[in-house]
Design a protein. Structure first.
Length: 73
């Protein structure tokens, strides 16, 4: 497997970071070089949170159905 290298400084250590784009109020999660801070990519955390919210909603609906069924016994 090839090692990832920062195009700006040649470093090979990366970390998560938060960047607020100009004109935006919310920060976005990025993958950045640990040495120079150069952004290597954007991490799509917002999409992951939306999927998690959908799963939680489905679980809650299931629990409501179970509670209703148990109360009818």
């Amino acid at each position: 497997m090839a090692a990832s290298i920062c195009v700006k400084c040649g470093g090979n250590s990366f970390e998560r970071g938060l960047v607020t784009p100009l004109g935006e109020q919310r920060a976005i999660s990025v993958l950045q070089c640990a040495g120079c801070g150069g952004v290597a990519g954007v991490l799509d955390g917002h999409l992951a949170l939306e999927q998690l919210e959908t799963q939680v909603t489905a679980i809650n609906a299931g629990l409501v159905r179970i509670a209703k069924a148990l109360s009818e016994i």
